[in-house]
Write a protein that binds this ligand. Structure first.
Ligand code: ZN
Length: 427
């Protein structure tokens, strides 16, 4: 595929539009939850309000502080996104992800800190190296924006809200709200927030390595799974869902809870994720590869490391959360297929990257899906009914993949090249 650096200079304009669009979309995703929350509380009758709504003037200082803190959270996660770009590039090559500063891959000149700022640095330089003026791939600011948008959205949804997205666990309204959060933070919620955002970042890295068609080193993947499984053994609160059907006494500190909630949930979730990944791998790979002969484009790439991704999801969310995420993964795959067949130049994406979207949606709506769709949602009830969505979605996606086959005769989408992986090192 053509490298973005080999495109003529005029191509910087569409890349700039893409970067701005993704940045604005990421900010929109980040502010969606507080905005929806404010709208819901403003529209609710006074008797249903959790706290008395103050006048707009009284609220202004609180809103101002909330915006400043959210901006810093967004900037922090965009810096993490910048680091993830480095990891995606260096990990498959076996290079160190911590040593070695940033430099231009063309002229080898070191990149100054102000040119290396996430998103802003790229936009200020118009996507070009300051020294040699050759293009820098638009994917770097796009990944930084997406990482910042997703993790800031989870900050509002999980941390500021007091954990209204978490199942079983009673929402921690005492610690909810930005102004109450910082003087009196809930360590359990902060731990859950970092644990979940860490998992999203790992899935993003694995998805981008799959996008690049590179091989994920298995040792690093195993290390990540072991760390993800080890943390809940030290902090059982990281697993809000128990291994069985019934929540029981919840956050007890007994050795049984430590073993069942810490190790049991991880092992059951990890094994279930691996198995589920194998099933989906077989179904999707056969359909995609079976039709791939003579085809110039596909809505999805055949999965490579989907089993590892779902194993991580199973360790973090438990086996019930993993099944729910798998259902959402198939829904997202269906959406990707429909958009791909309708929009010319829409890029094909690896299934592993779709898993990032599914995991994010599942995390933000975890409790609402489990309660609202009971007994049909995975893990919501001790009946086989909760397995129906998973089986149903596999059938729907299989049928859709078969139905979409005629669209294959069109030429390969050149639009994918605009964001496709560059061969240079991230700034
Ligand atoms: Zn240069």
């Amino acid at each position: 595929m053509p490298d973005s650096q080999e495109q003529p200079p005029e191509s910087a304009r569409p890349s700039r539009a893409v970067v701005w669009s993704v940045l604005l979309a990421s900010v929109a995703v980040a502010v969606f939850f507080p905005a929806a929350d404010s709208a819901a509380s403003a529209l609710a009758p006074p008797s249903h309000r959790f706290v008395d709504t103050e006048s707009v003037i009284d609220m202004l200082p609180a809103v101002g502080v909330a915006i400043v803190i959210a901006t810093w959270i967004f900037v922090f996660w965009s810096l993490i996104g910048s680091f993830l770009n480095v990891v995606v590039y260096r990990l498959p090559l076996g290079e160190s992800v911590v040593h070695g500063g940033s430099h231009c891959p063309r002229c080898s000149s070191p990149i100054a800190w102000h040119d290396n700022l996430p998103v802003v640095g790229w936009l200020r330089l118009n996507g070009r190296c300051r020294t040699c003026h050759l293009p820098i791939a638009a994917r770097y600011p796009v990944v930084e924006s997406i990482c910042a948008g997703l993790c800031t959205a989870v900050y509002f949804r999980e941390l500021v809200s007091g954990g209204v997205n978490l199942p079983v666990r009673i929402p921690d309204f005492l610690h909810g709200g930005v102004l109450r959060l910082f003087p009196n933070p809930s360590s359990a919620l902060i731990g859950l927030y970092l644990y979940h955002c860490g998992a999203l970042c790992v899935l993003l890295v694995w998805g981008l390595i799959a996008w690049d068609g590179r091989r994920l080193p298995s040792r690093s993947a195993v290390a990540v799974l072991l760390v993800a499984a080890g943390l809940p053994m030290l902090f059982p609160v990281l697993h809000p869902l128990p291994i069985g059907w019934h929540p029981g006494s919840g956050e007890t500190a007994s050795p049984a809870a430590w073993l069942l909630n810490g190790l049991g949930v991880s092992v059951a979730g990890g094994v279930a994720g691996m198995l589920c990944g194998r099933v989906l791998h077989r179904v999707l790979a056969r359909l995609l590869r079976g039709d791939a002969a003579g085809r110039s484009g596909l809505p999805l790439r055949p999965p490579q490391t989907l089993g590892l991704g779902l194993a991580l999801v199973g360790i973090v969310f438990g086996w019930q959360g993993m099944l729910g995420t798998a259902v959402l993964l198939l829904v997202a795959c269906l959406v990707q297929m429909l958009v791909w067949s309708a929009v010319v130049d829409w890029p094909e994406v690896p299934t592993e990257l779709v898993l990032v979207v599914a995991s994010f949606v599942h995390l933000c709506a975890w409790r609402q899906l489990t309660v609202g769709l009971s007994p049909w949602w995975p893990g919501a009830s001790p009946t086989l009914a909760c397995l129906a969505p998973a089986v149903g979605m596999v059938l729907v996606v299989s049928l859709a993949l078969v139905a979409i086959t005629p669209a294959s005769s069109r030429p390969a989408s050149p639009g994918a090249a605009a964001l496709d992986h560059p061969s240079d090192e991230p700034a």
